[in-house]
Design a protein around this ligand. Structure first.
Ligand SMILES: *Cc1c(COP(=O)(O)O)cnc(C)c1O
Length: 434
């Protein structure tokens, strides 16, 4: 598969280059040159295939001949080595639990797939790659875990001091080995701006091979299609209509992956772009106008995004046809008050504990179904409630037990390197480590 740069369609690269470079000229995102269709018989009979085979069918066209089949199967086996169950909440709503991975976040799938592809391409060569990421919480943990002990790769994570949860901080700082956590005495925006400057700095790029591991990277974006197929396989055990799929969205990588699977032939009644008060896209779906504004801090902080990077990929998928976009995607914006109310209500009614991001998807789906009586749907639950226990416990008035895997991690020693929110401090760290 070849990928072209959405900002400069003459720039065409293979999977390996798109993976290592992350973005093209003028910071353009890479997009697959064609949309490979699923075999209709395969799509009709998902229940006949193992999850591993479904994931393989999903990914094989995107890596093509660059990764041999047996290697790709191995990468997939290591990527999804945990369950992704679809559970009914009531007679019209299901939840796809994407949070049983090592860092209890759906981002584990993309991070693990990317790390293993990168390590395959670097294997045997003496090049060292430095993965540089800024995180507001969840991305960093998934990336740290996904790249831990991967040979040839150093990971440098910037996070804002005192602004991530205890569990998140432990996931960033307690692993050691090839993972380096920089505790920045500033905000997430400071972290992100420092990382951007590093990518643009000639001196750093002359000495280090830098790559980013956020969701604009094709190797993090594409494997998310797998969630949707695994959801559908389970959905069909009890349902005969196609699902309405509600996706908690921030940077829109996840939703865009679902839409890609749909364009390839996966049936879906409708998609819901479920957002918090950062509602650029729901507003766009109403007015056809993209009006950017400052980010608002909310309880669902992994979705506090004011310039959703992957939206350009959605536009490209639909060939910029607004009428078609509007038909397939429903926009919804849910505020903090409603989010808390939903967490409380779902716990009281169904004894199911949602965290804030998933609660937004739930609220949006519930409202949609209320207006569309014949339909049923599912939400993508993107994080385990324990990662947002402060908020969740306030709503449900009960303690969320720490899963065993985390209990071990919480006992480990935190190791971070504190720096001022200045690019020169990051540069000194990066160049001093060589
Ligand atoms: C990253 C994240 C999201 C948003 O996903 P996008 O692909 O950026 O839209 C939603 N929920 C949680 C818990 C996340 O960590």
């Amino acid at each position: 598969m070849k990928y072209y740069n959405l900002k400069d369609k003459k720039e065409v690269v293979n999977f390996k280059t798109a993976l290592i470079r992350s973005q093209g000229r003028e910071k353009g995102l890479f997009f697959p040159e064609h949309i490979p269709k699923f075999n209709p018989e395969f799509m009709e009979s998902l229940d006949q295939f193992s999850d591993a085979e479904i994931a393989f069918q999903c990914m094989k066209d995107f890596t093509g001949e660059e990764i041999p089949s047996d290697v790709l199967r191995q990468i997939i086996a290591e990527t999804i080595n945990f369950e992704i169950p679809l559970k009914p909440i009531n007679d019209r709503m299901y939840v796809l639990e994407l949070f049983h991975g090592p860092t209890l976040a759906f981002k584990d799938v993309g991070a693990r797939f990317m790390s293993r592809c990168l390590s395959y391409f670097l294997n045997g060569k003496n090049k060292k790659v430095t993965v540089l990421v800024a995180t507001s919480g969840d991305t960093g943990g998934a990336v740290a875990n996904g790249f831990l002990k991967t040979s040839g790769i150093e990971v440098v994570i910037l996070y804002p001091k005192n602004r991530v949860s205890d569990v998140q901080e432990q996931q960033l700082t307690a692993l050691g080995e090839n993972i380096h956590a920089l505790e920045v005495n500033g905000s997430f925006d400071d972290c992100q701006s420092m990382v951007k400057q590093a990518f643009a700095d000639e001196e750093i790029n002359a000495q280090l091979l830098l790559t980013s591991a956020n969701s604009i990277n094709v190797a993090r974006w594409l494997p998310q299609q797998i969630y949707y197929l695994l959801a559908l396989k389970q959905w069909r055990k009890t349902e005969t209509t196609d699902p309405v799929i509600s996706v908690p969205s921030g940077n829109f990588g996840n939703l865009c992956a679902g839409l890609l699977a749909h364009f390839r032939g996966m049936p879906a009644e409708q998609f819901i772009a479920a957002c918090n008060e950062n509602d650029i896209i729901p507003k766009y779906l109403k007015t056809q106008e993209l009006k950017f504004k400052d980010t608002v801090a909310t309880l669902s902080n992994a979705m506090d995004v004011s310039h959703p990077s992957n939206f350009v990929r959605i536009l490209e998928l639909f060939h910029h046809r607004f009428d078609n976009i509007k038909k397939k995607i429903i926009g919804s914006s849910v505020n903090d008050e409603k989010t808390l109310q939903t967490i409380k209500e779902v716990y009281q009614k169904y004894q199911y504990v949602l965290e804030p991001h998933s609660a937004i998807a739930y609220t949006a789906l519930k409202e949609y179904l209320a207006e569309n009586p014949g339909k049923k749907g599912l939400i993508l639950a993107t994080a385990h409630p324990v990662k947002f226990s402060g908020t969740v416990e306030k709503a449900v008035h009960t303690k969320i037990p720490l899963p065993e895997s985390l209990a071990e991690l919480m006992k480990k020693e935190k190791k971070s390197f504190e720096i001022e929110p200045e690019f020169k401090a990051l540069k000194k760290f990066l160049l001093g480590r060589r």
